[in-house]
Design a protein around this ligand. Structure first.
Ligand code: ADP
Ligand code: MG
Length: 570
């Protein structure tokens, strides 16, 4: 079959343009990306071979190999992992499926707009730290070739592209299992020896810096190392392993640098930014395990979609046995990334069994506690960092108020909410401390935005009496306020439901009674005319300037919840 030519998807083209014309300093990260993909491919093969012994794949010496050719100016990163089928190459390499990449492009566009408006000093900082996968190879190469064969299949595929909008695909007969990515490097800059990617020295440095923790050996094909003092005896040196392969979570704490943690996070979190927080601990005793957890700085855009993949990896004695292990953390903490390494677990447990496993449930409880207590610490010590976290993940964490009664108190301790008290969000505890004498409930109102809530007629009476109201704008708020019900002995009461007895005032009561008699006829008439629309018509003390408003009974759904259910078609 002859080679066929295909077009890149639009987003992929934009990204390629960015890579090809990139003038940014930190191009080294392309190697981290290719090594990271190779490592993922080895993980996938090992897991698949474990599940399916008819796969017929060779798993005896799984490794990554880097080969440089200064004459031809090529660099090849090779793995004997899972490989890709013909269809997969087109689907995985020709398009941008990775959510992180799409998000990166969006952020980049926003940064560019700000740059044009003179608001920031530009996109350099953003690009300097990114790594957008496979395509980043085009920062240093003017052509990339992939030869791959999926484990268990007999035919291979050759992909190649100059990054200019199209790529070609053809089937090949001879291909080793796994994937080889070859970069045809752009002309060398004689001024810039440090970034000569055909130099073993450069490669060794980059692998050490970004990929040392990778659990598979990263070997460099035998090549003489300049200046290592061995002299030129003409012998072929043996392949050299470049990475230490040491699991960061198993090394003594003070020996691991922050950068090393960050690189591990980028690898498992498929993120190009460092994490917001690193949490490390270990459990000793009858069931030993180590955990290294990361809180990302940004919420992925698919956090609230059904297929969202949890980011925790489960290892047993340094061997990865499950990716996206959802049993390790409750769903409201699904954004946490990291590694749990247990000593005593079977190597071939299934997801279903894990959900039932007593030890796993113990780990889950412990990790949940640990994450929530770290959040509390962060809130106390670094309120600004916590505010960033809460803005990104608060909505997810609040789900736990409904789904996870054991964590309720710990979540309430860090839940911060907008309030009429001021611009800064408040905790429930702070609200209670500010409550006025005689006020018996915590008042809240739900709605679409702070503004729409604040301009609601329901707010008038409370404003007139100077009573603080929590302004809740997340759909999940509707649900947890009902489930939680009260806090520190105070009921949570909606301003939009029933009577507001915020602070009773005697004189008002008397007057209203008198007015009630006075207006009895009018009210009776209105009630009759509106009998289809409303249950009752009452004189109210809640309004100060609006003539009338619609309120629900205390047990009825609030207007926002009614809308939410209606939107869900119920
Ligand atoms: P990401 O790794 O974040 O998914 P990449 O752009 O790095 O994004 O890679 C895109 C996809 O291409 C990967 O998800 C994987 O399915 C496939 N891929 C890339 N490199 C390899 C490889 N060496 N072996 C097998 N599959 C690969
Ligand atoms: Mg990748």
């Amino acid at each position: 079959m002859p080679a066929e030519t295909f077009e890149f998807q639009v987003e992929a083209r934009q990204l390629l343009q960015l890579m090809i014309h990139s003038v940014y300093s930190n191009k080294d990260v392309f190697l981290r990306e290719l090594v990271s993909n190779a490592s993922d491919a080895l993980d996938k093969l090992r897991l698949e071979a474990l599940r399916d012994d008819s796969l017929g794949a060779d798993t005896s010496d799984l490794h990554i190999e880097i080969e440089t050719d200064p004459e031809a100016r090529t660099l090849t990163v090779r793995d004997n992992g899972i490989g890709m089928s013909y269809d997969e190459v087109g689907r995985l390499i020709g398009t941008i499926a990775n959510s992180g990449t799409a998000e990166f492009l969006r952020e980049l566009r926003e940064a560019k707009e700000k740059e044009a408006g003179g608001e920031t000093d530009g996109t350099e900082g953003l690009i300097g730290q990114f790594g957008v996968g496979f395509y980043s190879g085009f920062m240093v190469a003017d052509e990339m070739t992939v030869v791959t064969r999926r484990a268990g299949e007999s035919q291979g595929t050759r992909w190649s592209s100059r990054g200019e909008g199209t790529y070609s695909l053809e089937k090949v007969d001879e291909a080793p299992q796994g994937t080889a990515v070859t970069l045809h490097l752009k002309p060398a800059d004689p001024e810039d020896q440090l970034h000569d990617y055909t130099s073993p020295y450069t490669i060794r440095e980059i692998v050490k810096r970004y990929s040392d923790f990778i659990t598979w050996p990263i070997r460099m094909a035998g090549e003489k190392t300049p200046g290592d003092g061995e002299g030129d005896d003409g012998a072929e040196p043996a392949p050299e392993t470049l990475n230490s392969m040491k699991a960061l979570w198993a090394r003594p704490r003070d020996e691991v640098s922050e950068d090393e943690y960050h690189e591990l996070y980028k690898h498992i979190g498929h993120d190009w930014r460092p994490p917001l927080e690193t949490i490390r601990f270990q459990a000793e005793g009858t069931f030993e395990y180590q955990a290294l957890l990361f809180l990302p700085e940004h919420a992925p855009h698919d956090l609230f979609t059904r297929g969202y993949r949890h980011g925790l990896q489960l290892y047993v004695k340094r061997v990865l046995i499950m990716d996206d292990c959802e049993a390790l953390l409750p769903s409201f903490l699904r954004f946490v990334k990291g590694v749990v390494d247990a000593q005593d677990l079977s190597l071939n447990v299934s997801r279903e069994i894990l959900q039932q496993d007593r030890h796993i449930r113990m780990i889950q409880r412990r990790l949940t506690k640990k994450v929530l207590s770290s959040l509390k610490d962060m809130k106390n010590r670094e309120p600004e960092r916590f505010a960033t976290f809460w803005r990104e993940f608060g909505t997810a964490v609040k789900e736990g108020l409904v789904t996870d009664p054991d964590s309720r108190d710990a979540i309430l301790a860090v839940t911060t909410l907008a309030s009429t008290h001021g611009e800064e969000p408040t905790t429930l505890h702070e609200y209670v401390e500010r409550m006025r004498d005689g006020q018996d409930a915590i008042y809240y109102m739900t709605g679409e935005s702070r503004q729409s809530i604040e301009s609601s007629p329901h707010m008038e009476a409370l404003r007139a009496r100077d009573i603080e109201v929590l302004l809740l704008t997340d759909p999940v708020d509707e649900v947890w306020v009902d489930t939680v019900g009260e806090f520190e002995g105070r009921k949570l009461r909606s301003v939009a439901k029933g009577e507001v007895e915020a602070v009773p005032d005697e004189k008002g009561e008397e007057e209203r009674e008198k007015q009630g008699e006075e207006y009895a006829d009018l009210l009776g008439w209105m009630k009759e005319r509106l009998s289809e629309e409303v249950k009752d018509v009452r004189l109210s003390s809640r309004l100060t300037t609006s003539p009338a408003c619609v309120v629900s009974d205390t047990d009825d759904l609030s207007p926002a919840l009614e809308n939410m259910y209606r939107a869900m078609g119920q």
